[in-house]
Design a protein around this ligand. Structure first.
Ligand code: G3I
Length: 345
């Protein structure tokens, strides 16, 4: 076959996140890659609450409108990301005019307005939504975010209910990272089971897939695919990228371009990727894809978190200004060896 989407046809959707530069239409080179190789899209940032509703009742729909229109024009499966997430949620959501926390009643009303406005606007056009993102911590407990603090765990069920009411036809997902972690796997499965027992519509579980060359183990990842599929929902890999860089702790937010002391240690491949690491990345991609193909009856979509290395958030986390190589296309939008192998299969 000639492209990723043809190679994976009949198996699962192959998707990518689109960033602002792409959504504005300016980056025709990477958009050509999207058209050729992918059949599903998600917006990397423009549907997040801080961006789409920066002030109460004031919506910034233009980028999301463009994103959806582009997806329709090119026959893409369109996923909305994300309705309820602690990060990138604007402060006004949780506070009154004097800056005090709002009551559960007010927060629930704001959640409902937000979900009805966003999902309602794209009803029948956006095929699925990441309704709740990252509500469970790695130890399996609920994340103590502001939704949880003010409303309690019920905010999750409410979000799914509001989304269903706003667009009964859209598929509704729970999405999270570190899903290969056994404690998290168990907690997410328990959460989904609880919702199902109450008759609350939930159609799928998104496993983000921000992984490294060694971690997590494929075995644990596979156990999660199986455990989630056993709940009777779709399983998706929603934000796949494979960092090749060390992940230092306690350095969050630092900008290494101004910190020469750590530059070599934290940005070891700025001058180019050694062949051995490039090969390790290819191998790792192929072993993940082999796993996905093995479970193609359970997996409905595999989405990369970006088109090419130059755009990846990985270059900026946990320190800014690094040179990572986490995606399937290089900085010049050339397909990497993993793409060639997948297409040749
Ligand atoms: O666009 C502004 C720019 O104008 C400004 O000069 C610059 C200064 O910091 O910030 C730019 O916005 C940044 C935006 O990415 C676009 O690059 C934000 O600061 C930055 O916080 C934002 O990061 C995004 C992050 O989520 C937080 O929302 C990443 O792009 C995005 O890849 C990342 O995606 C998340 C998923 O939504 C959920 N799962 C984890 C994943 C990775 O963190």
């Amino acid at each position: 076959s000639a492209s990723l989407k043809e190679a994976l046809e009949g198996k699962f959707y192959i998707g990518t996140a689109l960033n602002q530069f792409q959504i504005s239409g300016r980056d025709t080179a990477s958009l050509a890659v999207v058209k050729k190789h992918f059949n599903a899209i998600v917006a990397e940032n423009c549907m997040k609450s801080r961006i789409i509703q920066p002030r109460e009742g004031e919506f910034n729909f233009l980028p999301a409108d463009r994103f959806v229109a582009w997806g329709e024009e090119h026959g893409m499966f369109i996923n909305g990301h994300t309705l309820i997430w602690h990060s990138q949620a604007p402060n006004w959501f949780f506070t009154d005019r004097s800056g005090n926390p709002v009551s559960a009643e007010v927060l629930i009303r704001r959640m409902k307005n937000h979900i009805f406005s966003v999902v309602g606007r794209y009803k029948g056009r956006v095929h699925s939504w990441d309704v709740v993102n990252e509500a469970i911590l790695d130890d399996g407990s609920y994340r103590k975010n502001k939704f949880y603090e003010i409303i309690g765990e019920e905010y999750i069920a409410l979000a799914f209910e509001f989304a269903r009411q706003a667009d009964p036809e859209a598929e509704l997902y729970y999405n999270d990272y570190s899903m290969a972690n056994p404690a998290k796997r168990a907690a997410v499965a328990a959460l989904v089971t609880k919702l199902q027992r109450r008759g609350i519509k939930i159609d799928g579980i998104g496993m983000q897939g921000h992984v490294g060359l060694k971690y997590p183990s494929l075995d644990e990842f596979e156990k999660s695919i199986i455990a989630f599929a056993e709940l009777g929902v779709k399983v998706m890999i929603t934000e796949l990228d494979i960092t090749v860089l060390p992940q230092p702790r306690g350095t969050g937010g630092a900008d290494i371009s101004s910190n020469f002391k750590y530059r070599q240690e934290l940005d070891p491949y700025a001058a180019g990727l050694p062949d051995s690491i490039a090969r390790a990345s290819t191998e790792r991609y192929l072993s993940f894809f082999n796993l996905f193909l093995k479970h193609q009856d359970k997996i409905s979509r595999v989405t990369l978190w970006g088109v090419n290395d130059g755009y990846s958030w990985r270059n900026n986390w946990p320190v800014r200004g690094r040179t990572d190589y986490p995606l399937l296309f290089d900085r010049n939008n050339r397909p990497k060896a993993a793409v060639d192998s997948l297409i040749a299969k």
